[in-house]
Design a protein around this ligand. Structure first.
Ligand code: ATR
Length: 275
């Protein structure tokens, strides 16, 4: 019988995950289908019961349900519990277990550009859910330091305080981070600033760039945000959000099927969808 996989969110129409995962199911000849469901927050608990009763193989969770879903799952893996957000659920013998592949997906994508985060001085811009997943994941990789820059400094301070892994960190304003930008080996932009249609915006001005630094933006629409374009003009290597998106999907697919999929195929598929 065909296995059901899904993504739940609200809104959900823009999701590129269904085309990406359905292409993989067909490529690997797995008898399964992946369906987007628009789910309202007040229906989340019922939807969990329904998906479970139907024997769902697994599903992705996106905005705004990544944290709200946790109480309705049977189990949550340690990293996801610490991050406080689940983006991937696996049906493990009738029990729904939540994972977070956003942070690990970012790290896997990063490794296609740099061999290690160990010893590096890192700046993360933003203190929302994506920043939290990336900060907690990178904190385990023995960086020299991870500073957090955010419009609301208190949120950056809170995020640092919440992290269970020891890492030297300072909370900065966006202006301070811009002024100090030349200190960092790796800068990761995690806010939605610069995303289409507001492509003229950027979270901060980079005053300078360290030699051989890598600047990442988790946005993939547009492929080059104003922030990334400015970084490139200053001589930095840059990485857009396609890798994080593709690798979070690849890690989810592996959890569901045991197959680590062809990421180049996934990337081509996503780029085609973006047009
Ligand atoms: P996500 O879960 O996708 O990371 P989020 O939790 O809504 O998104 O977080 C959005 C991030 O973008 C936050 O760091 C937010 O800053 P605040 O904590 O000060 O709200 C940041 N952000 C959003 N709009 C912004 C703006 N216009 N200028 C500066 N930062 C902004």
């Amino acid at each position: 019988m065909k296995k059901l996989f899904a993504v739940i969110g609200d809104p959900i129409g823009h999701s590129m995950s269904p085309v990406m995962h359905n292409d993989l199911f067909s490529f690997y000849q797995i008898d399964a289908t992946y369906v987007p469901f628009q789910v309202k927050s007040e229906d989340l608990q019922d939807v969990m019961k329904g998906l479970k009763a139907m024997g769902v193989g697994g599903f992705n969770v996106t905005v705004p349900h990544k944290s709200a879903i946790i109480p309705f799952l049977d189990e949550v893996d340690e990293l996801a519990a610490r991050i406080g957000a689940v983006n991937t659920v696996v049906n493990e013998n009738g029990r729904l277990k939540g994972y977070n592949t956003d942070g690990p997906g970012f790290l896997e994508g990063l490794k296609t550009h740099i061999s290690t985060v160990a010893g590096k001085k890192v700046l993360i811009i933003g203190a929302g859910g994506a920043a939290r997943a990336i900060y907690f994941t990178l904190a385990k990789e023995k960086p020299l330091a991870i500073d957090m820059a955010n419009r609301t400094i208190e949120k950056a301070e809170q995020l640092i305080a919440d992290c269970p892994y020891t890492v030297s960190s300072t909370a900065l304003s966006l202006a301070e981070a811009g002024k100090n930008s030349g200190e960092y080996d790796l800068i990761v932009q995690t806010t939605l600033i610069g995303m289409a249609p507001k492509t003229a915006e950027q979270p901060l001005q980079l005053s300078s760039i360290k030699n051989q630094s890598l600047i990442c933006d988790i946005i993939y629409n547009p492929l080059a945000t104003k922030f990334l374009t400015a970084a490139k003009e200053k001589g930095a290597s840059v990485q857009n959000g396609i890798d994080m998106f593709v690798y979070q999907g690849a890690l989810a697919f592996e959890k569901w099927t045991g197959v680590f999929p062809d990421v180049q195929r996934m990337r081509a598929n996503v780029l085609k969808q973006l047009g």
